[in-house]
Write a protein that binds this ligand. Sequence first.
Ligand code: ASP
Length: 588
Amino acid sequence: MFKTHSCGALRPQDVGKSVTLAGWVHLRRDFGGVIFIVLRDRSGLVQVVVSGESPEETQTAAAQARSEFVIQVEGTVRQRPDNQVNPDWPTGDVEVEAHAVRILNTAKTPPFYIYDDSPVDEALRLKYRYLDLRRARLQRNIILRHETVQFLRQALNSRGFLEIETPYLFKSTPEGARDYLVPSRIHPGRFYALPQSPQQLKQLLMVAGYEKYYQIARCFRDEDLRGDRQPEFTQLDLEMSFVHRDDVLDLIEEIFAELIPAVTPQKHVPLPFPRLSYAEALEMYGTDKPDLRFGMQLVDLTPVLERSNFRVFSATAASGGKIKGIVAPGCADYTRREIDELTDIAKREGARGLVTLAYTAGAVKGSAAKFLTEDELTATAETTGASEGDLVCIVASDAKVVAASLSALRLTFRDRLDLVDPDVVAFGWVLDFPMFERNEEEQRWEAVHHPFTMPRPNTYDEMMADPLAVLSDAYDLVCNGWEIASGSIRVHDPKIQSDIFRMLGYEEADAQARFGHMMEAFSYGAPPHGGIAPGIDRLVMILADETNIREVIAFPKTSQATDLMADAPAEVPAEQLKELHISIAEES
Ligand code: ASP
């Protein structure tokens, strides 16, 4: 046997036992005569002592061992002397007196320290990902991810769901991104598309009568990458037949309320999850993915300030814009520089400027204070709830810009003023999304969720006349300011489905070529159905207190969609291209 025990498992009750351990040299200190090796395996660390009394070869091997060498140790567990107990380690009461040390493999000096989590350039971490994965932070994250996925599987299995795999080599299943295409060798000029999600396939499983499906599914989307995006990512994809919206919402709420304390006992989940309409979310937080861990809601000041002599306000109101504000508690003493920083944040979101009112003792200060009447200043304080010491930040513009800039400021204050408890996991539902949005550049309508989403029945009749008035039966789950899941009740009527395709600008023949199989399937007794797909990467990222999903993915890609370790994407031999009937066009 290579090992009888795991390093991290040894405890005082093991004192006196003969053990064989195997792992990596985490640290080694040579005190001339006594060598201390901290041995690491997946379970943790333990101290190994090689003294002058150990056999000659053992002392030689210990002297040769270096960081990250792979070694095997035979020895006896003993109590550490009182003054050497390490209360920070679970194994800190004991150590292993080595009788034999065998070097199983040597190691080059690693490009960064494995034994601490000090910051290292991310490109270097990604190039040597297998070394980065040895470090405590990533190991913790990967284990948390495993536990999360196992919990979810179990939770769904016990509720009668079936885990069913669906193909990666498929046909375009649109989620609003570009497809990754895979050329067919046996069908020249034809391509598979990697699924942007198993959306169509899970709906077809409902038509097939499976009623409750899930899959830990990989999704592929070729889109511009941001911090929380990867070209391939993982969803808990699920679909259910014979459900209404609330059945899906209740199920997810129940499972997540159990999941979080099970995998992260220090975290707290406020229940029930608040439910907001899309319109309310925008009105109150300026975004459809609000961080619900703190208040600081946007307050509409249009009625209070629309008749102001201050032109910025009155002109905005006259042209149909909005005047809204938020209160930053205790920030009345912000300096000029701090106010400028806030203004820049608002401007980045399209605002022409930021009006600040500092309610100090006896006076209201700020850029526009002198243009507002005493009554307006008082009414502003009353409407927003601002009191002495507070700073009111006001943006006047069209509704979209007001929302975006105040939402950005709200998050800035969250971080500057430490307004949230990092151990609170605040979920919330956003409902009643619009069904369509206008892509002005391409002069066409797009589905806000995806084309398989059911329009709300009472708004559907409006579809052709007023597409913007159509609401959909889609829902998002948000968490701490991130969108963590999207889903919807689906169309199961071929007529409505083809209306929607038409609305989205697909010619009949085109819709038939792309989605004919769906419409055909719906004509064979499709049950009412709906589903959702929580993103595993984002969920684990939040639970692991990380801010980037790369930290919870074993082998992620860079923000440029490259793999720095294997150097992908890479060129391929001409022969391979020929087989695939592909020729590379000269770059223009
Ligand atoms: N397929 C959708 C997505 O990936 C989720 C769903 O509607 O179930 O966002």
